[in-house]
Write a new protein. Structure first.
Length: 316
C-alpha cells in the first residue's frame, strides 16, 4: 500500500540525503513541531530499512511554562514511532538576545548528545527566511546561500520540502505537532518575516517567492564551492609557514584574495570576523600605502612586513 503523498515526499527527501551521506547512525533533533516530527517518522522508516541506528533528541529550553511537559509528550510520540529518545535540558543565557542564546544552547546540547549525523527539520520555508535575513543585513553571499543540506554533524534533508507538506505528513501519520507560541510572537524577526514580509512578497510577485529564494540559495552555494576551491589553491601557493606572501596575492581577484584572508584569519584564531575587518586586511594587499596594522578581535594585529602578511600581538 502506497503511503500518502506528503509522507512519501518526506521519506524520499530523507532517503536521498542518507544515501549521499552514508552515516552509521543518525540522531533526529525534534522540537515537537510538524517539521521535526515528520522528519523523525521518515528517518525511522528509512533508517531502519538502511540498517541505521536512529535516535531522537528533544531539547527542553525551559523558556516557557510547561516546557518539560511538552518535551515529555514529544518523547512519547517519538517512542511510539520506535525511536529511543533522550530529553536534553539546557540553560539559555549569554549575549545576542533570546533567539541567539537559545540556538547556542540547543546546538551545543545536540552536538554533545548525538549519535552520528544530526538531522534537523529545516524546510524550504526556513531557507527562504534565512536568505531574506542575509539580504536585509547585507551579510554577503555566504549568508544569502542559506543553509547547506549536509554540513556535518548537521544534516537538513527537508530543504526542498514545504511546511505545508510536513503538516500534511503528520496528519496522515496521526502525529500531533506542538505549535510553539514563540512562532507567533512578532517580537522575533523571523516571525515577522514569516507572517508579514513573505506573504506580502508572495502577493506582490504573484507567488513562488519561497521557491525562488531557495533556488537562489542553491545556485549561490554552487558558486561559492567553486570559488572556495580556487581560494584553497591560492592559499596553498601563498602560504609561508604562518605568513602569507603578498606577491602571490596581489594579482588575484579581490573575491579570491579575501577568501584566502578569511581562511588565514580564522585559522589564526580571529573570532567574530566582520566584513570591515576582512576588507581592512585586504587593503594591506590591494591598497597598500605603507599603512599600519589592522587590529582584529582576539587581540591580534595583522600587518605587512618584508613582503608578507604577518600577525603581531598588540603589545609585541
Amino acid at each position: 500500500m502506497k503511503p500518502p503523498p506528503a509522507v512519501a515526499e518526506v521519506r524520499v527527501a530523507v532517503r536521498h540525503l542518507l544515501t549521499e551521506a552514508c552515516p552509521d547512525a543518525v540522531s533526529v533533533a525534534v522540537s515537537g513541531g510538524a517539521d521535526s516530527l515528520a522528519l523523525a517518522a521518515a528517518a525511522q522508516h528509512v533508517g531502519s530499512r538502511m540498517g541505521l541506528r536512529v535516535t531522537g533528541l528533544t531539547v527542553d529550553h525551559g523558556l516557557q511554562e510547561g516546557s518539560a511537559e511538552v518535551a515529555a509528550r514529544t518523547a512519547e510520540q517519538l517512542e511510539t514511532l520506535g525511536l529511543a529518545t533522550r530529553v536534553l535540558k539546557v540553560t539559555v543565557d549569554g549575549p545576542g538576545g533570546l533567539e541567539a542564546a537559545a540556538r547556542r544552547a540547543r546546538y551545543a546540547a545536540l552536538r554533545e548528545a548525538a549519535d552520528g549525523l544530526v538531522l534537523l527539520g529545516h524546510t524550504r520555508d526556513d531557507q527562504a527566511e534565512t536568505v531574506l535575513l542575509g539580504l536585509g543585513r547585507g551579510s554577503g553571499p555566504r549568508s544569502i546561500a542559506g543553509m547547506r543540506p549536509l554540513d556535518p554533524p548537521w544534516a537538513r534533508p527537508l530543504l526542498d520540502v514545504t511546511r505545508a507538506t510536513t503538516r500534511a505528513a503528520c496528519a496522515a501519520l496521526g502525529l500531533t505537532p506542538w505549535d510553539d507560541p514563540h512562532n507567533l510572537d512578532l517580537r522575533f524577526t523571523r516571525v515577522r518575516l514569516r507572517r508579514e514580509v513573505l506573504p506580502l512578497m508572495e502577493e506582490v510577485l504573484n507567488g513562488g517567492v519561497g521557491s525562488a529564494l531557495a533556488r537562489t540559495a542553491a545556485q549561490l552555494r554552487e558558486d561559492l564551492a567553486a570559488l572556495d576551491a580556487l581560494a584553497d589553491d591560492l592559499h596553498a601557493a601563498a602560504a609561508d609557514g604562518a605568513d602569507l606572501r603578498v606577491a602571490d596575492l596581489t594579482s588575484a581577484p579581490p573575491a579570491l584574495r579575501r577568501r584566502v584572508l578569511r581562511s588565514w584569519l580564522i585559522q589564526a584564531g580571529v573570532d567574530e570576523l566582520t566584513d570591515a575587518h576582512l576588507r581592512a586586511a585586504d587593503d594591506l594587499v590591494g591598497k597598500w600605502r605603507g599603512q599600519g596594522g589592522v587590529a582584529l578581535p582576539g587581540g591580534l594585529v595583522a600587518r605587512r612586513a618584508h613582503g608578507r602578511l604577518i600577525f603581531d600581538k598588540p603589545d609585541s
